[in-house]
Ligand binder design. Sequence first.
Ligand code: PMP
Length: 373
Amino acid sequence: MTTPFGPSYVRAIAPYIAGKPIPEVARQFGLDEARIVKLASNENPLGMPESARRALAAAAAELGRYPDSNAFELKAALSRRYDVPSEWITLGNGSNDILELAAHAFVERGQAIVYSQYSFAVYALATQGLGARHVVTPAVKHGHDLGAMLAAIDADTRLVFVANPNNPTGTFIDGATLEAFIAKVPAHVVVVLDEAYTEYLAAGKRYDSIAWVRRYPNLLVSRTFSKAYGLAGLRVGFAIAQPALTDLLNRLRQPFNVNTLAQAAAVAALGDAAFLERSALLNAEGYRTLTAAFERLGLEYVPSDGNFVLVRVARDANDDAAGERVNLALLKQGVIVRPVGNYGLPQWLRVTMGLADENAAFVAALERAIGAQ
Ligand code: PMP
């Protein structure tokens, strides 16, 4: 027998499961692509903003050249928006890139990373990819147990991931509770606060994590243009942290990790407050529609502050096949959502809020799928 390639911790990685693309579902189930509804990847149902589309067309003329490695324009725009120096900003090929960079920059093999059960899958992947130790604290009501996370930190811990709101559960930690937690995290541990869905928060729930970055040298805030800004396909995210952290991320990142089109579109989208507001309003309306339907159908759901909602499709406490079964019944009707068995939630499905007609199509398909159980 030959020795397998690669370290054992890399061979042990469970690959990320992405939402199924529309063409794949069309091929697999013999459906018309145009009639398929995809509510599986927490994308903005409005698509890309018109402002970004125009910026893309203009930037296309520059594609023979490398991107600006330091992304001067985008960093300057972010610097103005958040009132931090450009030197505090790191750009990523999506915020996924930021999460990976942070793990690589601050943790070495054998050291520990703390994150919560049911938190975003990339935390486990980044930990595993380093050969670091996973310290996973049990969730409470599907959300982070910050007390347990604090208690789990020891001398080997170098990083803590917190998602607020969290994916796939949509759970939210209020600002005061979160800041009290950050204040108690020992100085040798970096807190990566992943705010991929922060633009969807209702006005009363917003908090100023950038002000915390000024106070806590071990805090890194991660944001993305993939969700409310509608640019998921372009791959652009960013981190804000003090220079001691930012400097390390910048050394590790690929010199051209954010491409020319992504930089141009992100600048345009960042300035498009009207699009952001429309997106958040549409999302709130979609949440009301979906949760009202779940209540009518007697289905449990986890209250969500993101652009998606987790719904329990099992009627019977032991029915761990429910998620996959209902998912298949939905796929056959041309509706793509996300089964979350890989998160240890086999009785649940995660549904992204869509346009009004997409939400209606999902509810009708769900009713048929559940009725047929
Ligand atoms: N963080 C969370 C909590 C997410 O749900 C996602 C997307 N699924 C990401 C980060 C990464 O998104 P992106 O790389 O597109 O910025």
